[in-house]
Design a protein around this ligand. Structure first.
Ligand code: GLU
Length: 484
């Protein structure tokens, strides 16, 4: 068996869609699992869809996610160039297109726009394409030569017979047979001299010795045409693995509208790279046991492409958040602090102990953008409803709370040491003297100093952070509210 070689072949058209990242990840895993090679090829032959900066996004994402390629535009492995527009300049696509013409598997087409507009069209892969009537297949050798000599613009089309069938094999979908009459004479070389994506893809996968191709199943319908090209050249086709569609919660194709369809979207929403990669690995693949948390190395070890499922994979944002929370909990504190700091600084301008705040939220957040809602009360006491002082389980109400706050105020005014431990000891002493439950005292104090139902820490932890002056001001404010 030849060495496993896979490739990620993105078109630089914008952000890295979750589906593309999944293809890249599976390609990477298949290669690494088998001790093979993973290659990056840039498919930029569709100049109309090209987006400035998109190539940088590809490099950045691959590096960040750890999907390090062994070969690519920046790492020559001897089968380059690795960018299709550069490959084109070597004449490779034209050479192979001409070989097909000689074999009768392709032909020059000189039809102009006007004539094409009179032909039938149909929608394929979301695009409207003309069903070509093979008019130019019947041109004589002399006519063709005269047209070429006169510099008449042309395309080169694949010649697919009207009769018979073509069978193509996919690892997940098995053998797929289609009637040739259903296949259009697709363009291989465009009038600007560029190959079409479909043609360049076949030529490149073969000439770059690719053994396994992983891609979205939107390409499944073009695959019989690929098969015909492989057969015409007498090449062995790579193993094809077409992945199930990724849908949103409403079972619609995951699109930009969801707001989380790209890797960059997810990073901006506060997700960790490792969690995103882990989650994406499970979009269509599952291990033998039902394990869910995997490092990239563990994925390499366990990934078996035969376990990819054919059913659509639902992108479950809630589950991704849960997974991200698990990664945050497991993070080393210093690394967490470094990442959390910008989010904390967005909210806190006061001179507070930010490390302590970070430690408080680390186990409570699922994404970094959650930090804000957990800590904003440190900066300013929110307007709150006095009904919050009433808590059935703690046996508190407005009356008991007013009593507790009024009694504790002078104690806290006299207290010098505002460390968590010292404050806790003071409050426990009061609880004991009063002969009540802990919560009877802690609840109203925590409510007064935070103005929130839920906080990342207890009353005394919050007071330690706020300091004496601010803590007392908030307690006095509570007394005023409760006395109304
Ligand atoms: N350039 C194609 C894309 O970005 C790649 C499809 C394939 O991997 O064959 O969708």
């Amino acid at each position: 068996m030849s060495k496993v070689r896979t490739r990620f072949a993105p078109s630089p058209t914008g952000r890295m869609h979750v589906g593309n990242l999944r293809s890249a990840l599976y390609e990477f895993l298949i290669a690494k699992h088998a001790g093979g090679e993973f290659m990056l090829r840039i498919e930029d032959t569709d100049q109309e869809r090209f987006v400035e900066g998109a190539v940088d996004i590809i490099y950045r994402t691959m590096e960040k996610t750890g999907l390090i390629h062994d070969e690519g535009p920046d790492k020559d492995g001897g089968v380059g160039p690795y960018i299709q527009s550069e490959r084109m300049k070597t004449g490779i696509y034209m050479k192979y297109a001409k070989e097909l013409i000689e074999k009768g598997e392709a032909y020059y087409c000189f039809c102009d726009k006007e004539r094409l507009s009179t032909l039938k069209s149909e929608v394929v892969e979301g695009k409207e394409i003309t069903v070509y009537d093979k008019h130019c297949l019947h041109l004589s050798k002399e006519e063709i030569e005269a047209n070429l000599a006169a510099g008449k613009p042309f395309v080169i089309r694949q010649n697919i017979p009207d009769e018979g069938t073509t069978t193509f094999h996919d690892e997940l979908y098995g053998d797929i047979t289609v009637d040739n009459a259903e296949l259009d004479d697709m363009i291989l070389i465009k009038s600007d001299g560029y190959p079409t994506y479909n043609f360049a893809n076949v030529v490149d996968d073969h000439t770059m010795n690719i053994t396994h191709v992983v891609r979205g199943n939107e390409y499944l319908s073009s695959s019989p045409k690929y098969q015909r090209l492989y057969d015409a050249f007498g090449w062995e086709s790579p193993v094809y693995i077409h992945l199930p569609l990724i849908t949103d919660e409403n079972h619609k194709k995951l699109s930009k509208r969801s707001g989380h369809s790209s890797f960059e979207d997810l990073i901006e929403q506060g997700f960790l790279t490792e969690a995103i990669v882990n989650y994406i690995a499970l979009l269509g693949w599952s291990p033998e046991d039902n394990r869910e948390i995997f490092t990239l190395d563990e994925l390499i070890r366990d990934f078996d492409y035969r376990r990819i499922s054919k059913s659509p994979a639902v992108f479950d944002y809630v589950k991704l958040k849960w997974m991200n929370g698990e990664y945050i909990k497991a993070m080393d504190f210093d690394a967490f602090y470094e990442m959390a700091l910008p989010y904390i600084r967005e909210v806190i301008t006061k001179d507070l102990d930010l490390k302590k705040i970070a430690a408080m939220v680390k186990t409570r957040i699922e994404v970094f953008t959650d930090i804000k809602e957990h800590i904003d009360f440190f900066e300013t006491l929110p307007e709150y409803d006095v009904e919050m002082y009433t808590h059935k389980k703690m046996k508190t109400n407005k009356q008991t709370s007013l009593e507790v706050l009024t009694e504790i105020l002078p104690v806290l005014e006299a207290q010098e040491d505002y460390s968590n431990d010292a404050l806790y000891a003071v409050l426990c002493k009061y609880v004991e003297e009063k002969g009540v439950k802990n919560g009877y005292v802690m609840w109203p104090i925590r409510t007064a100093v935070s103005g929130k139902q839920m906080t990342p820490g207890g009353a005394t932890e919050i007071m330690e952070l706020l300091g004496k002056e601010e803590s007392l001001a908030r307690i006095r404010k509570g007394i005023t509210l409760l006395s109304k």
